[in-house]
Design a protein around this ligand. Structure first.
Ligand SMILES: C[S@@+](CC[C@H](N)C(=O)[O-])C[C@H]1O[C@@H](n2cnc3c(N)ncnc32)[C@H](O)[C@@H]1O
Length: 297
């Protein structure tokens, strides 16, 4: 699903519990059948990373961009924000030899992601931890992440500015947040103020020219498989997907999709070889109490 598109129903202003329940139903239904993955695969063709099996526009070109833009070192901490069933974070954790802490407000997604750790990381499975958390309230310590990815999830935040500030807080000096965004063709990007308010600077903007056409193919496939989706996913999850498809199909052609790389400037002065070296985070996310809601912000 594409949370830049999923509302209504339910709108981002709906209580988080209601919105996460919809995603719970989607992730649970998706795991019962191969149909959804197979439609993503048809829509993306050779660009579909089978093993990752994302619920988003994540294709091979995006994985390549994420890898290149994060510029992470082995052993550093990557956060996957709005991780869904975890494929993107786990793939990156293996490829970059980094530690992963990831969260989603859907408990079903977090549980599915946890179950996939061994597949990607084998005996090093505990290098990845997943928890239930919200974009606006991650429960993660200040400055704990050297890199953050957020793929097709920011649109699910009730307050995108608050979500960016929260992710900026979690980022260590010198760290990078790589996030997908979309806007109407010709519209001015609305995120500059939000980025500055989060204490971040825009380092790169990569166009994703194939993204709108991929959604168009996918939405047509969902509509063409209406009966099968209802049968295999159940009425409610299928209706949510079909609602999204009908609502978004007329709009996707006019869409511009980008990948933003946002950086928290290194605290050490540039010119001393520190530009790409990051301050070590004080605390590793694993240090926090497992599901404490009292973690200081
Ligand atoms: C389109 S899926 C993408 C999942 C994953 N990033 C991927 O690419 O496969 C969006 C995910 O964001 C999560 N999400 C949406 N709004 C959220 C919020 N406010 N806080 C935490 N997670 C959220 C949903 O539960 C869902 O799993």
């Amino acid at each position: 699903m594409n949370p830049t598109a999923t509302s209504p129903p339910p709108a981002p202003s709906a209580p988080a519990q209601g919105r996460s329940a919809q995603y719970d139903a989607f992730h649970a239904a998706r795991a019962r059948t191969n149909l959804v993955a197979s439609l993503y695969a048809q829509a993306m063709g050779e660009d579909y990373p089978v093993e990752v099996a994302a619920s988003s526009s994540c294709d091979w070109p995006l994985l390549g961009l994420l890898t290149a833009r994060l510029r992470m070192h082995p052993g550093q901490v990557l956060v996957d924000a709005g991780c869904g069933a975890g494929g993107i974070g786990l793939w990156l954790a293996r490829a970059l030899a980094v530690r992963l802490t990831a969260f989603d407000f859907s408990p079903v997604a977090a549980a599915q992601a946890t179950a996939r750790r061994a597949h990607f990381l084998g005996p090093a499975a505990d290098r990845a931890v997943f928890h239930v958390g919200e974009l606006e309230n991650t429960d993660l310590p200040d400055g704990c992440a050297h890199g953050i990815v957020c793929v097709d999830a920011l649109g699910g935040a009730a307050d995108r500015g608050a979500a960016l500030r929260e992710l900026g807080r979690v980022l260590a000096p010198g760290g990078r947040l790589v996030v997908t965004r979309a806007l109407r063709q010709g519209a001015e990007p609305a995120w500059h103020e939000q980025v500055a308010a989060a204490g971040l600077t825009q380092e790169h903007l990569d166009e994703r020219p194939g993204e709108p056409a991929m959604w168009e193919r996918l939405y047509r496939l969902w509509i063409a498989h209406t009966d099968q989706l209802r049968r295999e996913l159940g009425q409610a999850p299928a209706e949510n997907m079909l609602h999204e498809a009908h609502r978004m199909l007329p709009k996707v052609r006019g869409r511009r999709a980008v990948l933003l790389t946002l950086r928290r400037l290194p605290s050490a002065p540039a010119g001393e070889g520190a530009a790409d070296r990051m301050a070590a985070p004080d605390r590793h996310p694993g240090d926090r109490p497992a599901s404490s809601k009292e973690t200081p912000q």
